[in-house]
Write a protein that binds this ligand. Structure first.
Ligand SMILES: *[C@@H]1O[C@H](CO)[C@@H](O)[C@H](O)[C@H]1NC(C)=O
Ligand SMILES: *[C@@H]1O[C@H](CO)[C@@H](O)[C@H](O)[C@H]1NC(C)=O
Ligand SMILES: *[C@@H]1O[C@H](CO)[C@@H](O)[C@H](O)[C@H]1NC(C)=O
Ligand SMILES: *[C@@H]1O[C@H](CO)[C@@H](O)[C@H](O)[C@H]1NC(C)=O
Ligand SMILES: *[C@@H]1O[C@H](CO)[C@@H](O)[C@H](O)[C@H]1NC(C)=O
Length: 601
């Protein structure tokens, strides 16, 4: 004790001429190469205020992860015993030293507790301050950055922290996050024939070569409806009945608004029993749901997810998008970190919906690793609390989907400009269920189905048997250097992803993308949750240990997709194969069989 005190004095004495700031020796915390497409403009306006978020270390995260795996593993005795909000918060609380170190750092800059807001566990601190002060505290230089699309952001490409804070702060944003999360919507066109989905179709029904041995209407081969999906995935005749205890939700970002009139037209067309019912709108950070501006993505998500799960109580979360940054308006700018805003909100919501689908993502490499890890840890907390999360796996196959090497964008961002496949985040997070896409009946992989391997997240243990089996099937040297064979494999599962008949702006339209697959898969998960809750059991929570576990011991619960591939980056991509593959995961759900399995757990 005496020794360390003495050392403290020595250091203090040496820097004695700078009495007010005993340790402002900065050390670089993070620096990034600017993602493709961004151009630096002016320095940030001095008077601008921003909301700075500081993540503190979650010292016990490995323990949270262990709990998550135990309660999500169908072979473990704790299966289904999800954690309470308090238990989760206790596990992710930062060490007291870190809380104190950050508090005194902020206080040194005149930021006292009244200016600061904290997450309930104390792992996130948010403080509003002028950009000039952020520059001083982070030894950074903020600029206005403009994207080729016209979007603008206030960011810095590097920031530092006083050396003694490095162990107490995981990340600070907005700094280096240049991502543009976008809807995974590959195709959209108005249904030229304007044909009703219920129009008589004289073609014979198609036999589905799956364990259910069912049939689907022949029209489903070119126009996908709620009925088609229930037929295809063996859920005809199942009606949710858990009396409001089970809930389902989808998220909306980037000014994607769910139109209520279009939802009614959709219900009249495909789910007549649901006519005159609606969803609960939850606005986060001022998110709107402007009825003059229907969004293709939001309409797709709400119409299909809520159509499949009707009458399950449904929620649409609308999180404020990224309005253009206007340098003349010195109000706090939107920080463009939609997942953090949404996570903040949902992690503090008692009894959140048990199944939540999201169809927005960005190239993993445009998301700073520290941010991806922070958001992914948030998804893990939701899983531990019993929430199932589905994300669309992406619409660019193994890369940006562009076969022309002259225009495709499969290059690393690290300054080396190597050619590399492009996995997406959040589907690359091991704590979410990534959903790839299929097309037609019988189903095959749709060519845009996002798949591959994370460069940030190592292979989670639940993939330890399935993924190496797939990798062994590749000829030696296949795509060497283009992907990380030790990374988390994507996707986990799949569902139909094209020719979905939605209503948009008063008219029927056909739309496709893994954006369609994620809410579809989530719809059947929600029906499974309904069956379990109805039987007095817990919801399914984090799905992947169950999905991979089922596929180890039993076939038929998923319709294995074995044809098709997912080209991108100038390559044919991976092939759909028997068992798990990096195009469609384990395949599409057989609800009837899955229901028996989950009711037996
Ligand atoms: C469905 O459409 C695809 C593509 O046009 C076709 O190859 C396939 O034979 C069709 N399936 C049936 C059962 O007609
Ligand atoms: C829906 O509401 C409208 C207006 O109140 C009513 O005319 C119509 O009969 C209702 N339809 C159904 C199926 O309940
Ligand atoms: C809703 O959108 C319309 C059309 O773009 C716009 O004129 C109106 O100002 C918007 N309303 C709100 C509240 O933002
Ligand atoms: C990276 O390499 C590709 C292909 O050679 C080229 O088109 C692109 O301009 C390069 N980008 C940078 C930032 O050097
Ligand atoms: C995909 O299958 C084709 C045909 O069997 C084969 O030629 C090709 O090498 C396979 N691609 C990969 C990446 O395994």
């Amino acid at each position: 004790m005496r020794i360390s005190l003495a050392w403290g004095r020595v250091i203090f004495a040496l820097s004695g001429y700078a009495l007010a700031a005993p340790s402002t020796k900065f050390k670089l915390k993070e620096s990034i190469a600017v993602p493709r497409g961004w151009i630096r403009r002016d320095t940030a306006p001095r008077g601008l205020t921003i909301d700075l978020r500081i993540a503190l270390p979650q010292a016990n995260f490995p323990l949270l992860e262990q709990h998550l795996y135990e309660v999500s593993d169908p072979f473990h005795e704790r299966y289904g015993n999800h954690l309470t909000q308090e238990e989760v918060n206790e596990l992710i609380a930062p060490p007291a030293e870190s809380v104190d170190a950050v508090r005194s750092w902020l206080a040194d800059h005149g930021l006292t507790d009244s200016a600061i807001s904290r997450s309930p566990a104390g792992d996130w601190v948010k403080v509003r301050l002028p950009v000039s002060l952020a520059e001083e505290m982070l030894d950074a230089e903020y600029h206005v950055w403009e994207h080729a699309s016209g979007d603008t952001l206030i960011r810095t490409t590097a920031y530092s922290l006083p050396e003694h804070l490095h162990g107490h702060v995981e990340l600070v944003q907005p700094t280096t996050l240049f991502s543009r999360f976008r809807p995974q919507r590959a195709m959209f066109h108005f249904d030229q024939e304007g044909q009703s989905s219920t129009a008589a179709d004289n073609a014979p029904a198609i036999n589905v070569p799956s364990a259910s041995g069912g049939t689907v209407d022949a029209s489903c081969n070119t126009t996908v409806t709620v009925t088609c999906l229930k037929e295809l995935y063996n859920a005809v005749g199942f009606t949710p009945s858990s009396n409001g205890k089970n809930q389902v939700a989808c998220t909306g970002y980037l000014n994607e608004f769910a139109n209520l009139a279009d939802l009614q037209s959709f219900y009249e067309d495909q789910v007549p029993a649901a006519v005159n019912t609606s969803f609960k709108l939850v606005s986060i950070s001022g998110g709107q749901n402007n009825q003059s501006e229907p969004g293709g993505e939001a309409n797709l998500d709400t119409q299909f997810l809520f159509g499949i799960t009707f009458p399950t109580p449904a929620t649409f979360f609308t999180t404020a998008g990224s309005p253009p940054f206007i340098p003349d308006i010195l109000t706090p700018t939107d920080t463009n970190e939609p997942y953090l805003d949404w996570l903040d909100f949902i992690l503090n919501t008692p009894n959140p919906p048990q199944t939540i689908s999201t169809s927005y993502a960005d190239d993993e490499q445009t998301v700073p690793k520290s941010f991806a890890q922070g958001a992914c840890a948030g998804f893990a907390q939701l899983g531990a609390k019993g929430v199932s999360l589905t994300f669309s796996s992406g619409d660019g196959g193994v890369g940006d989907g562009d076969p022309d090497p002259a225009t495709q964008e499969c290059f690393t961002n690290d300054g080396l400009n190597k050619t590399q496949f492009v996995p997406l985040f959040p589907p690359s997070c091991p704590f979410v269920t990534a959903v790839g896409g299929t097309i037609h009946v019988p189903e095959r992989a749709v060519d845009f189905s996002g798949g591959g391997f994370s460069n940030y997240f190592p292979r989670p243990s639940y993939q330890d048997i399935a993924v190496p089996r797939f990798l062994k099937k590749l000829a030696p040297g296949t795509y060497a250097g283009l992907f990380n064979p030790a990374g988390r494999g994507i996707p986990d599962v799949a569902a139909q992803a094209d020719n979905f008949r939605i209503f948009f702006d008063g008219r029927p339209a056909l739309i496709g993308g893994t954006s369609a697959a994620a809410p579809t898969f989530a719809g059947f998960v929600s029906l499974l949750n309904d069956a379990r809750i109805q039987a007095g059991k817990s919801p399914l929570g984090f799905l992947n240990p169950l999905i991979y576990g089922i596929n180890l011991i039993q076939t038929g619960a998923f319709n294995d997709i074995t044809t098709g591939n997912n080209p991108g980056c100038g390559t044919p991509g991976f092939n759909a194969t028997i068992g798990w593959d990096a195009v469609t995961g384990f395949g599409t759900p057989n609800f009837g069989i899955l229901k028996e399995i989950v009711l037996g757990l």
